[in-house]
Write a protein that binds this ligand. Structure first.
Ligand SMILES: NC(=O)c1ccc[n+]([C@@H]2O[C@H](COP(=O)([O-])OP(=O)(O)OC[C@H]3O[C@@H](n4cnc5c(N)ncnc54)[C@H](O)[C@@H]3O)[C@@H](O)[C@H]2O)c1
Length: 379
């Protein structure tokens, strides 16, 4: 008989973002949070006050050794993702790791291999592919309403928070790379990027990146945590219509402009040229208001409990890591276009996990009965 109980989670990293995962997974019927880990005791004290039933520890290995816990969410700084996610997968846990999946494509590729060998879910917190406005925009692009996409333009700025481990492109631009890939159902072939270090040495506070896709579509990213205005926007320019998504506009999150150029029979002057602009209605599609983080958590539960994968997987995490790596090279080369390595070549290059580190396959995901015998034998 299949045991029906909520998925039991641990949250690793309880700084600014981790408590949001804690709240969301605690409120859903299909999941509960048993424990949290953070190296910072004051963060743990705040968690105990807000979530008194959740146990806390400074050492994330306590969560990995806890056989009651089926899965972990990793919301620690980017530089720690690879180590913690690897430990968690080897310990037999399903993993939802925050974006970006990790610092390098080699680390991402290794994680992917380990997750596949261990038969554990490895999902990445690409939260904007769970944003209803972005989903609607994709629907419109896929239906052909906008026509062929000529270019995309994303702006993501704010004053802070400043990161000490990764630059603005890793921190903020990751969201836009995932949005572009999702909207275009593709990955860029080359990237040009420039950035400027202002508040710290060697960490760019502002970055401008141009991604070129195989069909010629251009996608531009402007990210900065040193900017007075909070902007979260994507503009899509199609051959038929144009669309603007504005995540900080509570009323008009998505605007579809029936604007463009009409093919004129002829024109003799600039004055006549104006008449051939199509400047028609602006349509505001209704967007269902559900919290993207909740949608993301539901997708993780669908994957772990029902075996339904989602597109915020480790392969997409690796694709994004490849783009970030090419962008880093480009920044070092004064903005020169750099090729983005394709995923298929990278994944195969990595060595497979040593046999004694592979978890027993979780053949009955629905029952959430994760066999940890192999882990116990090796730990
Ligand atoms: N999806 C989103 O929209 C979104 C938003 C914000 C942050 N994030 C991501 O979430 C992650 C965390 O970001 P943040 O803003 O919460 O950072 P933060 O610095 O506020 O919090 C990180 C926490 O991790 C803890 N930590 C560090 N090393 C640890 C370890 N080895 N074991 C246990 N705890 C450890 C720190 O003490 C800190 O409390 C980053 O990857 C970031 O990119 C995602």
């Amino acid at each position: 008989m299949v045991e029906k109980r909520p998925l039991r989670l641990g949250v690793i990293g309880c700084g600014h973002w981790g408590p949001n995962h804690l709240r969301v997974f605690s409120e859903l019927d299909r999941s509960e949070v048993l424990a949290c880990a953070d190296t910072n005791e004051s963060r743990l004290a705040q968690i105990r006050q807000r979530f008194p039933r959740v146990s806390t520890t400074a050492d994330y290995h306590d969560l990995l050794d806890n056989e009651e816990i089926d899965a972990v969410v990793i919301a620690t700084p980017t530089d720690t993702h690879a180590r913690i996610a690897k430990d968690a997968l080897i310990a037999g846990k399903h993993v939802l790791v925050e974006k970006p999946i990790c610092r390098t494509s080699a680390e991402a590729s290794e994680l992917l291999t380990i997750a596949e060998s261990a038969k554990r879910v490895l999902m990445v917190g690409h939260v904007f592919v769970f944003n209803n406005g972005i989903r609607k925009l994709k629907e419109l692009i896929q239906s052909g309403e906008l026509g062929q996409i000529h270019y995309l333009d994303a702006i993501r700025t704010n004053l802070g928070p400043v990161r000490g481990d990764v630059n603005a492109l890793f921190d903020l631009g990751t969201h836009d790379i995932t949005i572009f890939n999702y909207l275009l159902d593709s990955t860029p072939v080359e990237v040009s990027a420039m950035g400027r270090c202002i508040s710290q040495q060697s960490i760019e506070d502002v970055c401008f990146a141009t991604l070129r896709y195989a069909d010629g579509t251009l996608a531009h990213i402007h990210v900065s945590w040193m900017n007075p205005r909070k902007i979260r926007s994507v503009t899509a320019i199609g051959e038929r219509k144009m669309a603007h998504w504005d995540d900080v506009n509570p009323d008009h999150t998505l605007m579809i402009y029936n604007k463009g150029f009409e093919e004129p029979p002829y024109y003799d002057s600039f004055g006549e040229f104006h008449y051939i602009l199509r400047n028609a209605d602006v349509h505001l599609p209704a967007i269902r208001r559900t919290e993207p983080l909740v949608n993301q958590a539901e997708a993780f539960l669908d994957w772990v409990i029902d075996g339904t994968p989602c597109n915020a997987d480790a392969v997409e995490g690796l694709r994004v890591a490849n783009v970030l790596e090419a962008a880093t090279k480009s920044i070092q080369n004064n903005g020169a276009f750099c090729d983005v390595e394709s995923v298929s070549t990278l994944v195969c290059k990595e060595a497979t996990l040593p046999a004694n580190q592979v978890c027993a396959p979780n053949s009955d995901a629905t029952a959430l009965k994760v066999s940890r015998d192999t882990h116990k034998a090796t730990s």
